[in-house]
Design a protein around this ligand. Structure first.
Ligand SMILES: Cc1ncc(COP(=O)(O)O)c(C=O)c1O
Length: 349
């Protein structure tokens, strides 16, 4: 069956379906001028829809790569249980991929402040959560962090901790799949890549590949501003828990606020690009970067001499549905329509 008909069959059909390398390229969609304040500067901004992966989020790629790499190295044969520190996307993806490799028992350390909705999502995918009170001042080596506890558990026989915060198979997944797709889809014309920083795997993998192809590609890392919340993304303080040398791969960091991330996610979704809060954060970081550059040195340094355009790409890690209640917490009610006859509702939040 030709691959481009998008059919997966045979005894390994689901494993192939979950393998990003066996799938069609994920859509790269240009934002319309209504969502691009730099359209008149010939800046072209593209959303890379990682939420169109089979598991509905960006983590399908590192999850598949981390598990497959262990399998190919012969390290999966004796594994009975997988333990990861993750409050949602990574461990759900790991659980679904691991089942295809014969491992059914997956546990996850989750922070005590995890939303009820996310906890239900883990249970839905068959992941066993272990609630953990995270230390106030995070430090990579703190034995009370979920990251350290998962590592410690994996010292027992038969237990594997994929370790998304320092396992190179995480950035490598983006290098071989996400970045290659972006390079091909922009015909090598990408000038700026901006990603939210969580484990930093997306930023590192894309940076390695894109800068390897063209060292003048600028890589921007968007992070949460201090005391601001956006799921999947870290503050500068929380990034200290990440074992990767992400600073080496990022040219500039941009702190972004919660409300701005959620608002841009709503605007894109209403405009037909249905993406979650961390996609809003990545777009906000990109716009902030362009604004700063325009005010300081002008944008021409980034401009492609031939086309006169500046091509920017930001990944959209997941969709808005898992966070529906949060939009109404972080975005003012005036951004939403009113409900007529609200007093007749039988169920109210
Ligand atoms: C929703 C969401 N956004 C952004 C990220 C950040 O991606 P990365 O971990 O590759 O830095 C993640 C990672 O878990 C995520 O789940």
């Amino acid at each position: 069956m030709p691959k481009n008909l998008n059919v997966f069959d045979g005894p390994d059909a689901v494993k192939k379906f979950l393998n990003p390398g066996e799938n069609s390229y994920l859509p790269l969609v240009e934002l319309p001028a209504t969502l691009n304040p730099f359209a008149d500067d010939n800046v072209r901004i593209y959303a890379k829809l990682m939420n169109m992966m089979p598991l509905g989020n960006v983590k399908a790629a590192p999850a598949f790569n981390m598990i497959e790499e262990k399998y190919l190295n012969g390290q999966l044969a004796s594994v009975e249980k997988i333990v990861e520190n993750s409050s949602g996307n990574t461990v759900s993806s790991i659980a679904l991929v691991a089942r295809q490799f014969g491992i059914n028992n997956v546990q996850s350390y989750v922070p005590a402040e995890i939303s009820w909705h996310k906890l239900l999502m883990l249970l839905f995918y068959g992941v066993e959560p272990i609630v953990n009170v995270e230390p106030q001042n995070p430090d990579e080596s703190d034995p009370n962090s979920g990251v350290s506890k998962a590592k410690k558990d994996a010292m027992q026989d038969g237990v594997l901790n994929p370790g998304q915060y320092d396992n190179d198979a995480n950035p490598k997944a983006h290098e071989k799949w996400t970045a290659k797709q972006i390079w091909d889809q922009t015909d090598g014309k990408i000038d700026v890549f901006c990603a939210g920083l969580g484990t930093t795997g997306t930023a590192i993998g894309n940076s390695r590949y894109l800068k390897g192809k063209n060292p003048s590609v600028r890589v921007v890392g968007a992070m949460r501003a201090p005391d601001n919340y956006v799921p999947g993304v870290r503050t500068e303080k929380l990034l200290k828990l990440v074992g990767f040398d992400w600073q080496k791969h990022v040219d500039q960091i941009e702190p972004v606020e919660t409300a701005q991330s959620y608002r841009l996610s709503i605007e894109m979704s209403r405009g037909g690009i249905i993406v979650g809060p961390s996609a809003g954060l990545a777009l906000a970081g990109l716009l902030q970067y362009l604004e700063g550059l325009k005010a300081k040195d002008g944008l021409d340094k980034l401009r492609n001499k031939k086309s006169g355009d500046i091509v920017c790409v930001f990944p959209c890690p997941d969709g808005p549905l898992p966070y529906m209640d949060e939009y109404f917490k972080y975005v003012d009610r005036s951004h939403f329509p009113s409900i007529q006859n609200e007093e007749l509702l039988l169920n109210k939040p």
